[in-house]
Ligand binder design. Sequence first.
Ligand code: NAP
Ligand code: HSE
Length: 430
Amino acid sequence: METINIGLLGLGTVGSGVYHLLSRENKVVQERLDAKFQVKKILVRDLKAERFFPVERELLTDNAAEVVDDPDISIVVELIGGTNVAKQLIEQAIAKGKSVVTANKELMANFGGFLLDAARDRGVDLYFEASVAGGIPIIRPLKDNLIGNKFKQIMGIVNGTTNYILSKMATGREFAEVLAEAQQLGYAERDPEADISGSDAGAKIAILASIAFNSRVSAKEVFTEGITRVTAKDIMYAREFGYTIKLIALAKEDKGMLDVRVHPTMIPLTHPLAAVNDVYNGIYVIGDAVGELTFLGRGAGSLPTAAAVVGDIFEAALNIKFQRRGRSGCTCFRSLPVKSIDDVKSNFYMLMEVADQPGVLAKIAQIFGDNQVSVGSVIQKQSSGNVAELVFMTHIVREGNLRRALKDIEDLEVVKTICNVIRVEAAENA
Ligand code: NAP
Ligand code: HSE
């Protein structure tokens, strides 16, 4: 029976899971492929570190060349992360004629086009299913299974850490405590700033948008806003209006332009993504032929992510076995510009603390009117002393107009604080 040798780059959270699943499922692979997988070498940084699953010590190396330059290894699996060493080693592996599997969203969102072209030119594959939404199959469905559709929008909860935090905050717990818990559970990135700031989700929606709209979107083109300003009070007011708050990554095509962004978003409690809680991820897709689809599952963690990586290894192995490599090349044949956030239109929620005296609401309403911001509803909540809380919901407005209005409102003496402004995906602009 043929042996397909695999080299792992990294044996951390995901790498350990991949090693474990490859050993566990080798029998099934043999039946399906008439070939067996053999992990030949594993690159790590620290040869002495304690490993989560038992690994034969002689498999470990701290010399990358033992993986990427070994002529017997035909699939290299990059699970190091980051864009420096990982990119260099993937390029080296491709140049040596190896197919590559990676879970690295940062790399694919910034250098995906370049690496996919390099793989196609060399006649090898580059698969990256685990780079978005961990265990949920979404990249291959968008690329292949759903090719008969024109996509109207992709809307996702694609960061498990922030979804975990927002879900727990909705039950009254504090941000810092829940973040520490998410890190302990292995959901958060080593530097959780990438999760909390929205940049992890930004990289993921850049990848999904590029595939769905066949037009390259890089991570830096995605408008991102994180979750640090969201409070338990916002979540409570959201409920009063029939919404919940999620960190939503969104991509739409609108009049020849792409609208791609990540930010805390109020979505109706009836939306399929509203029920996606804890570390779960969800991706809601509208295709013109298929209609609405929702993909749900675990978006992070060792085994869920490893399961997606193993699926890609199997696909790459199938291609090797049947000599049909180079099938996973770049699909971005269009070139659509990405809209500036100022030109994006949506509904908005705003919470302000103002002086509780006559005429305040009229002054604010005047500024909104002057900037073509139409208010749908306003609720006044009594706060302490002579300060009142005002909660506004707007109709659909152009974001640039709202920002201009808020600048003037902030300057009003009667306005103490604009506590928060959150975009709303209501049914009318969904
Ligand atoms: P991790 O736990 O930090 O593991 C990284 C591994 O790479 C470790 O084994 C480390 O070696 C090795 N490594 C790091 N720098 C290296 C270097 N310069 N040379 C050699 N080895 C090096 O990371 P992870 O959570 O498994 O994530 C891996 C990738 O999967 C990332 O791209 C991440 O974004 C992506 N991902 C992660 C998840 C998740 O839930 N964690 C989900 C989806 C995608 P030592 O063990 O010796 O330190
Ligand atoms: N830190 C990421 C998350 C891991 O929380 O979703 C998966 O990329």
